[in-house]
Ligand binder design. Structure first.
Ligand SMILES: CC(C)(COP(=O)(O)OP(=O)(O)OC[C@H]1O[C@@H](n2cnc3c(N)ncnc32)[C@H](O)[C@@H]1OP(=O)(O)O)[C@@H](O)C(=O)NCCC(=O)NCCS
Length: 176
């Protein structure tokens, strides 16, 4: 298993994996498979490698097969461009429990550490999703709030837990 930055050419495999994610782990995501299945290829390209630089995505590959992914969204707005959003974390069931999720989040953290001006990462996780919550805690994300009734799932409304972590660099060592 190896982790790499996804390129435009990976968009078809990425789309396939994310549609699997929205179907098999429906409660973990805000999007539904029906919504995403109709998106054009340009949507998936923007998600993994936006030409304007406002996205980046990583893939966990088993041989040539994409079995896991996580993406980042950046802001260009002056007041919010210091923060980036982690979205679309997913590892296919057959590839779980061997460190792919951890390697993906570590790759995302390293990427923003090397990108000028990003001071923090944010994400949300559905309340009760212990594998994802533990993964983020082990990557030093902290909870800063819980949004009640954030998503409607097949078993009713569920809250989303908001987490963040500061991005340390040599010149920002004093950040919390
Ligand atoms: C959450 C998910 C990405 C974890 O991927 P993974 O490759 O299995 O995770 P790893 O093997 O790298 O495990 C890393 C850490 O995550 C946590 N973790 C992973 N699976 C877990 C489980 N079943 N129960 C509890 N904690 C778990 C542990 O802290 C683990 O560290 P450890 O092995 O040192 O205990 C995967 O379960 C998944 O895709 N789930 C469905 C989609 C989802 O929930 N996405 C998150 C949206 S916010």
């Amino acid at each position: 298993m190896h982790v790499a930055l996804l390129k435009t050419a990976d968009a078809p495999q990425y789309r396939q994996l994310m549609l699997e994610a929205y179907e098999l782990a429906a409660d973990a995501f805000t999007s539904t498979v029906e919504e995403r299945a109709t998106e054009p290829e340009s949507f998936w390209i923007r998600r993994i490698a936006d030409p304007t630089g406002t996205s980046a995505a990583f893939g966990a590959f088993r041989g040539p097969e994409l079995v896991g992914t996580v993406a980042l969204e950046f802001s260009t707005r002056p007041k919010t461009r210091h923060r980036a959003l982690v979205i679309g974390m997913y590892v296919s069931p057959s590839a779980r429990g061997v460190g792919a999720g951890k390697a993906l989040i570590e790759a995302a953290v390293k990427h923003v550490q090397e990108r000028e001006g990003i001071l923090l990462l944010r994400l949300t996780v559905t309340e009760g999703n212990e594998p994802a919550f533990n993964l983020y805690r082990s990557a030093r994300f902290e909870v800063f709030g819980t949004e009640p009734m954030a998503i409607l799932t097949s078993s009713g409304f569920k809250a989303r837990v908001h987490m963040w972590r500061a991005i340390e660099r040599d010149n920002t060592a004093a950040l919390p």
